[in-house]
Design a protein around this ligand. Structure first.
Ligand code: 13P
Length: 251
């Protein structure tokens, strides 16, 4: 049985004070959901405030990006050991917004995932097709190419603990959620790819989140699909009530 992982990607929202306030408001509403993993992903400058506010609770912290070198002359970048020292347990890599606007490639995402493993953080590796790719019948091809590239040369014991997030780009921030059947179809394809690359045992262990307009009123049906093991939530994670309702979807 895979444990559900419900994560909020706050994107470029909420300064340190607003981030800490959101966590404090969230704590009482999610504290009893101990059978799922709860993660929030603030901007870099809010990480210390969020880590402090979440101390001793069931809320873990994710960064939204990292660089793969441990230190050096890389102006504007943040190294994985720095994220670890700040208290992050996870880091989102390869989000479609980073692919679209910041030149993130599968090769770079792979280097970031390797660096995260080296320092004991869990990568949340994102993949997903554009609307035109879906309409051209290329969804499977796109997602498989992305994941083969992102996971290249990662040993099976590392992949086992990786979190994958399938986020169809056309469903992000659009209110246009993939139907549970559409999402399940791609998740099953991803699981089959993992079987091919790493064997059934590893494929069964990997958690695959769905992301793209997840809300309190659609989360339950999505999570009910065989190969959907969590959600990566944007807009609905910015308010304590709506994110708590997503975390507590089984209640
Ligand atoms: P929305 O939930 O706002 O569609 O964003 C999804 C997302 O990009 C999470 O990473």
């Amino acid at each position: 049985m895979r444990r559900y992982i419900l994560a909020g990607n706050w994107k470029m929202h909420l300064d340190a004070q607003a981030s800490a306030d959101l966590v404090k408001a969230l704590i009482p509403s999610v504290k009893d959901s101990t059978d799922v993993d709860v993660v929030v992903g603030p901007v870099f400058t809010s990480i210390p405030a969020v880590v402090e506010a979440a101390q001793g609770t069931n809320i873990a912290v994710a960064a939204q990006n990292c660089y793969w070198e441990d230190s050096g002359a890389f102006t504007g970048e943040i190294a994985v050991p720095m994220l670890k020292a700040a208290g992050c347990a996870y880091c989102i890599v390869g989000h479609s917004e980073r692919r679209q606007f910041f030149g993130e490639t599968d090769e770079k995402i792979n280097k970031k995932a390797q660096a995260l493993y080296k320092h004991g953080l869990t990568p949340i590796v994102c993949c997903g097709e554009l609307l035109e790719e879906r309409e051209a019948g290329k969804t499977t091809q796109v997602v498989e190419t992305q994941l083969r590239g992102c996971l290249k040369d990662l040993p099976a014991d590392k992949v086992r603990t990786t979190v994958l997030a399938y986020e169809p780009v056309w469903a992000i921030g659009t209110g246009k959620v993939a139907t549970p059947a559409q999402a399940q179809e791609v998740h099953a394809t991803i699981r089959a790819l993992l079987v091919e690359l790493y064997g059934q045992d590893v494929a069964d262990a990997v958690r695959i989140q769905y992301g793209g307009s997840v809300k309190a009123d659609n989360v339950k049906e999505l999570m009910g699909q065989t190969d959907i093991d969590g959600a990566l939530v944007g807009g609905a994670a910015l308010k304590p009530d709506s994110f708590a309702a997503i975390v507590n979807f089984q209640k």
